[in-house]
Design a protein. Structure first.
Length: 333
């Protein structure tokens, strides 16, 4: 094993359907500088690549770091799946139609002549939490990001668990009710179809449409426009002690408790870490979720597992990308 590097950085890149974010990250996981640029997802593959390299080049210019100087040791890229984390090939992502069986890692590596690694966002964010965040010091970690969807990552002994084909860790698509609503993935009753931000909004609209909550603060906040109802409005109404918002939040807590009970029975992790845009709404209820776990888990020690808020928040994609290459900084791997 080589001695740890004392100088050097990696670049973390977060690719989404509409934007590319990139950041210069040091060995302690601190983002020194970052930038965002539009993603050209509906053009051809070269336009998509250009969006990524433009973000990388800009963050290098902003930090005064030449990507060819040797100070940049690697580039880690978070991208929507499906993808192959071994080969760095983007397979067929619905939100990035510009890339089909596209060798993103090798194309970027050719341009900068440094190692490039690619993984999905939840896997990478989980690794970032283990290296630099709430999961530091834990051996086996289950991570979930709850936002527009529910993405999850599993880290065992400091390594992402990818499974046989690289497709493991899709915990947001575990069904908790086979008769439930259809998820965007095509399955029925996934936890994502119940507890993601859009799902919380949908459940709220359904209750408003029933006519039993006509006086809800949510109706006032949305100006009577059902399409304006969002999980953020539900959270605001909950803080105003609105009965419907309270009902929705409590239901969400129970749904997540049932889901995490299944996760515990399957994995028995050392810690569960929650991030994403909906996480701030749920954080005050982490104790309630832990309290319900004995109902939903046969593990008699389920309540010993800490339920923690993720450290990286909106920067999870950049930190996650950087974490994919962190071994290069530590050991020159």
């Amino acid at each position: 094993m080589r001695e740890s590097s004392t100088i050097g950085f990696v670049i973390g890149v977060d690719v989404g359907g509409t934007k590319v974010a990139a950041g210069l990250v040091d060995r302690e996981g601190e983002i020194r500088t970052q930038t965002r640029m539009p993603m050209v997802a509906t053009s051809d593959a070269s336009a998509g690549l250009k969006a990524v390299t433009s973000a990388i080049d800009l963050v290098c210019r902003q930090s005064g770091t030449d990507p060819c100087s040797g100070l940049i040791r690697g580039i880690g890229i978070c991208a929507p799946g499906p993808l192959d984390p071994v080969t760095g090939v983007i397979v067929n992502p619905p939100n990035l139609p510009c890339w089909r069986n596209y060798p993103l890692a090798s194309e970027v590596s050719k341009l900068y002549q440094i190692p490039v690694k690619v993984d999905n966002d939840a896997n990478a964010a989980a690794l970032a939490e283990v290296r630099w965040g709430a999961g530091r010091g834990y051996r086996n970690v289950f991570y979930a990001t709850i936002g527009t969807g529910i993405g999850t990552g599993i880290v065992f002994d400091g390594k992402i668990y990818h499974g046989r084909t690289g497709a493991a860790g899709e915990g947001g698509h575990l069904s908790i009710n086979y008769l439930g609503p259809q998820c965007a993935c095509g399955k029925s009753g996934c936890i994502e179809a119940y507890a993601s931000g859009p799902a919380i909004a949908r459940r709220t609209r359904e209750k408003l449409a029933s006519g039993t909550h006509a006086d809800s603060v949510i109706s006032t906040l949305s100006g009577g426009n059902m399409e304006a109802v969002s999980s953020e409005l539900v959270n605001k109404a909950y803080r105003d002690r609105d009965p419907l918002a309270t009902e929705i939040v409590r239901e969400t807590v129970e749904l997540l408790s049932a889901w995490l009970g299944n996760i515990i029975d399957l994995l028995d992790p050392d810690v569960i870490i929650i991030g994403g845009g909906v996480a701030s709404m749920l954080q005050p209820f982490f104790g309630d979720i832990s309290g319900q776990l004995p109902r939903w888990s046969i593990n008699s020690r389920s309540q010993e597992i800490p339920l923690l808020m993720a450290r990286h928040g909106a920067d999870a994609g950049i930190a996650g990308g950087a974490a994919l290459c962190a071994d290069i900084l530590e050991y020159g791997l």
